[in-house]
Design a protein around this ligand. Sequence first.
Ligand SMILES: Nc1nc2c(ncn2[C@@H]2O[C@H](COP(=O)(O)OP(=O)(O)OP(=O)(O)O)[C@@H](O)[C@H]2O)c(=O)[nH]1
Ligand SMILES: [Zn+2]
Length: 313
Amino acid sequence: MQKKGRVIKSTGKEYEIVTTNGEKITAVIKGRLRINSFKSTNPIAIGDIVQVEVKDNNDKAFITGIEERKNFIIRKATKLSKQFQILAANIDQAFLMITFKNPRTSTTFTDRFLATAEAYRVPVILLFNKVDLLRSESLKEELFFLKNVYQSLGYSVIELSVTKGINIDVVKEKVKGKVSLLSGHSGTGKSSLIKALNFNINIEIGKLSRYHHSGQNTTSHSQMYQVFKNSYLIDTPGIKGFGLFDFKQHEIPHFFREIFETGRQCGFDDCTHTHERNCAVKQAVEEGRISITRYESYLDIFFDKNDKYRKPF
Ligand SMILES: Nc1nc2c(ncn2[C@@H]2O[C@H](COP(=O)(O)OP(=O)(O)OP(=O)(O)O)[C@@H](O)[C@H]2O)c(=O)[nH]1
Ligand SMILES: [Zn+2]
């Protein structure tokens, strides 16, 4: 019998699949599946929608086909390798867990994440977690400032305290019926949030045990947690950002909403908003209409010399 489902777990050999009516199936790949257009170490990724051939006599089930991916995020299989690993496919949205303290998330990191998500066309919801720790005026002001910056750009921002139970219900509503990537630095509270949304999920909190460091490489497997019916959170342990994207220098303004908009008024059509005269973007930064933190992040990506964010196509 043919069934259709979503891959929620992979060991590299076997795949765990949840069918449209909630049934769980373990399956292996049969024969040759459609090959990716680039070299990847995993033909099937977390989040893939697959066809499965299930035998009546309890024999192994086979994955016989894979539906075209709406999107997917990748990383290099190892630091020096030319091969890529697909971290997750068919993502509806991404949550970025940000903390101002213990640990501190930099605006450069946040803006890189947002720019990459913009390039992948994945909507992002920012979670400002651990608001219970923000006692000093300067930290409160910082939160107020950044909340304003991102909301005025059109991003959703949720102030959150997972341990104090503040606004968990707001996140719950956003999670429902969607496949969401959950990203953020180690220690920001990702596993705590998954557990707070569904207490029955078995996930460790406050431990680095979800990673495994070996030499230069961090090996990890993405994991997809079903928090409610048809609602999934994807955890990519050890992956700080959003995967890779090859930012061509002249395209970078496209991924910063306000810089792109304001840039239409620059003196030169191909203004890079770095050294040019009559630059509307620089003017807006000086006048406080564009946040200096955003502009600094833009410059950071623009002058990026390393290939951390290269994609293979
Ligand atoms: N004060 C405070 N602590 C929190 C909050 N949310 C999580 N924590 C704590 O932060 C620590 C790290 O939480 P985790 O959920 O393990 O963080 P993580 O993002 O999953 O970290 P990794 O597994 O390393 O990626 C734990 O000690 C949590 O109890 C919060 O809202 N406020
Ligand atoms: Zn300009």
